[in-house]
Design a binder for this molecule. Structure first.
Ligand SMILES: *Cc1c(COP(=O)(O)O)cnc(C)c1O
Length: 496
């Protein structure tokens, strides 16, 4: 048996070692300098960095460094390793030339916000534990809800991204409409063919995979056709099925198309469907007059999601879910736990844990609040206006270059392809895309439109300006000409 003396000796021996976790001020200073210098060097190197590097995919001997082997090492080698094996290879989402998928960005003010949030480690899940942090997150949710046009009574949550936000919304809809397991086979969900896959994933995770999923036809502009929606709902009702949920897009990932939200809202109300709007990509265009016009009707949604790591240029890890009747969000996330009883004492503000699946969580409000406070709103609004203008500019210029385009952009995505006089167009555009990827200065992606291979640009990084769009046009024109002339065109272009 331990005597109290041996117990104390043992504790003290461990304390001497465990104290290494508290870094003394002088060493902190050194570490901070090294890390900040690394961040600075990274940002300064951005103009010279490629947007896409076909590297880093194969494992190298240096990658043994990833393994947690229990050894303690210095910051110097760690930063060297990050530079070589983590911050190179694949896509560089901070690059101004990122025009693929839906670009992110990564505001520097958010990085500082993350630092502050982690150092102070406020417990932002519960108002009782961190009244200021929860107030900050609620203020952000209120701001976004006002942007959407919700009247008081809503509730929301800052999530880690759009997929989780969609999951929370779908689970809330399920509970609000009291969908039970025995009803699934006759419960119907409606969405356009352009709906993001995270909706299907959310339905699966929320236990609704067995529901009937109706893909509603799109009009010639790839918007969900409300007439088809109404007809399908009627048909389903006649067959004694139970129409439950309609998902509309405020900016599809493929084409940036906004569905006719007002018309869909009317139908949803008439047939008592839950109306969910996925505005992960397009939501923050509500800060612009064009966006408000395009997204008219979004305030009638029962739930909405937006991604600040898209339209507000935050680093990845930031989504928002809003539910018009906040009681429904609370009901879907209700819990009881006796060890939480103290938290019930102060309920002046709603706690994130009462409105989401999370308990302990990242204080992610800080990374969103800090840039909005430090910059004010004006640069965000202009940045979004600029991107809308750039998409129109690209749409016109690429047609001037002789390319065929998809629909005129609702927001900031343009799909296009070149149709050569002879040979299959799909192969030609696939090769053109490979040329652009190998060049790496800008990064584009592709999609299928009516079965055709299309290239696309999505203009949303805060660092993307006219110079990058002009470079994209220049490269597309030159590589296209090179391919048509049948010569290897890589050599003719000078790196900027
Ligand atoms: C990006 C996106 C999502 C998924 O959001 P994540 O933040 O990547 O999880 C969902 N819907 C749309 C329309 C999107 O553009």
């Amino acid at each position: 048996m331990f005597t109290i003396k041996t117990l104390i000796d043992d504790i003290d021996r461990h304390e001497a070692i465990s104290r290494a976790l508290e870094i003394p001020a002088t060493e902190r200073d050194e570490l901070q300098r090294a890390v900040l210098a690394y961040g600075e060097a990274f940002l300064e190197s951005l103009p010279a960095r490629k947007t896409y590097e076909k590297a880093g995919y194969r494992r190298e001997a240096a990658d043994d460094f990833f393994t947690i082997d229990g050894e303690a090492i210095q910051m110097g080698p760690v930063l060297d390793f990050l530079d070589q094996r983590v911050d190179h290879g694949g896509l560089n989402p901070t690059a101004a030339g990122h025009l693929a998928y839906i670009p992110g960005g990564g505001l520097y003010a958010s990085a500082l916000g993350d630092y502050l949030a982690a150092v102070t480690n406020r417990y932002a899940g519960v108002f009782y534990a961190a009244p200021g942090a929860v107030r900050m997150e609620n203020a952000l949710i209120n701001w976004v809800a006002q942007l959407v046009g919700y009247a008081p009574g809503f509730a929301g949550n800052l999530t880690s991204g759009g997929s989780i936000a969609n999951l929370i919304a779908v689970a809330t809809a399920r509970d609000a409409k009291q969908i039970r397991g025995k009803d699934l086979h006759r419960t119907v969900i409606y969405a356009s063919g352009q709906t993001h896959h995270s909706i299907r994933k959310a339905l699966k995770i929320a236990g609704m995979e067995e529901c009937i999923f109706r893909t509603i036809e799109q009009d010639e502009h790839y918007r969900m056709d409300p007439k088809q929606l109404r007809e399908q709902i009627r048909k389903d009702q006649e067959q004694d099925l139970q129409p439950f949920l309609v998902v509309a897009n405020a900016g599809t990932t493929d084409l940036g198309i906004v569905d006719p939200l007002e018309a869909i809202a009317r139908i949803a109300r008439e047939y008592e469907l839950w109306f969910h709007v996925d505005a992960a990509y397009g939501g923050f265009f509500l800060l612009t007059a064009h966006g408000r016009d395009r997204l008219r009707g979004i305030d009638r949604a029962d739930s909405v999601i937006l991604d600040p790591h898209k339209g507000l240029f935050l680093p990845y890890g930031s989504g928002v879910v809003l539910v018009r009747d906040g009681r429904q969000l609370a009901a879907a996330n209700r819990f009881e736990a006796h060890y939480m009883q103290d938290a019930r004492e102060f309920q002046e503000e709603p706690s994130p844990t009462d409105l989401s699946p999370e308990l302990s969580k990242h204080f992610r409000g800080m990374r969103m609040w800090l840039p909005l406070k430090l910059h004010g709103l004006a640069p965000f609004i202009s940045c979004l206006e600029e991107k809308l203008g750039l998409a129109q500019y690209f749409y016109r210029q690429i047609r001037e270059l002789g390319f065929e385009t998809g629909p005129a952009p609702d927001l900031t995505v343009v799909a296009f392809r070149y149709v050569p006089a002879d040979g299959p167009a799909d192969d030609f555009n696939r090769t053109l895309l490979q040329k652009i990827q190998t060049d790496g200065r800008i990064f584009l992606s592709s999609t299928l439109l009516n079965g055709r291979f299309m290239l696309r640009v999505a203009i949303l990084s805060f660092r993307t300006h006219r110079v990058q769009v002009d470079l994209a046009l220049q490269l597309l024109g030159e590589y296209r000409d090179g391919l048509l002339a049948g010569k290897p065109s890589n050599g003719s272009l000078t790196e900027e």
